[in-house]
Design a protein around this ligand. Sequence first.
Ligand code: HEC
Length: 224
Amino acid sequence: MFTVALGATGCGSEEPDLVNGKNLYAESCQRCHALERAGGGANVGPDLDEAFAYAREDGLGEQTVEGVVLSQIGNVRRNSTMPEDLVTGDDARDVAAYVAEVAGEPGEDIGALAEAGAKVSSKPIVAKSGKLEIPADPSGALAFTSSRAQAKPGTVEVAMPNPASVQHNIALRDEGGQLMQEGEVVGEGGTSMFTAMLKPGTFTYVCTVPGHEEGGMKGELTVK
Ligand code: HEC
């Protein structure tokens, strides 16, 4: 039924760079697609674990999955919300190889791959003198550098320096999920910020760029 012969990927070319593939996945794909081993993702497009689970069951190899992903990147159907050629050349091959390596495969990334993508700390960032600084992940992954923060009640200036090439902001939701405050969206080198009067409670800080919060760019702020 599914007969694809993919010679092209193996023609004496260098081995794909899976670490580069994972980093690019975080930067270019995670805002639309879930992939568990890459740390989840949003559901604008199909869940890639589900999309390729059938291929695993049918015993189709990584080369086949890699070919399907590569052709999707280069030939998006007309009117799709997925932008064409998000990544090209060796970068496209690396992303496809990474997806082929992990899609539908339970477990966790190991070694250098575990180091790639977002490095989110669960150690809380604590506000100092009414200032709370929560940087965006430098790799371009959909994450802040920490998933937890703490502040004392009162006026708090919240700032998110953005060292990544992906646009981000920082915003705050109350316990009911309502947006309370929102900093401006900034690119590389910019700082998104807002000042809030906080009462004791638990809040969620998020990035409101479409797909980013769903892709995992959020954390919990405890005020007490
Ligand atoms: C803006 C959202 C968006 C981004 C970003 C995006 N995609 Fe997609 N993708 C989609 C949508 C929507 C579909 C559903 C099919 C279609 O519309 O063509 C899709 C389909 C796919 C499929 C086919 C899945 C299937 O079930 O057959 C693959 C594979 C895929 N995308 C991989 C990627 C990769 C790899 C990246 C990053 C380089 C990426 N996508 C970035 C939205 C996106």
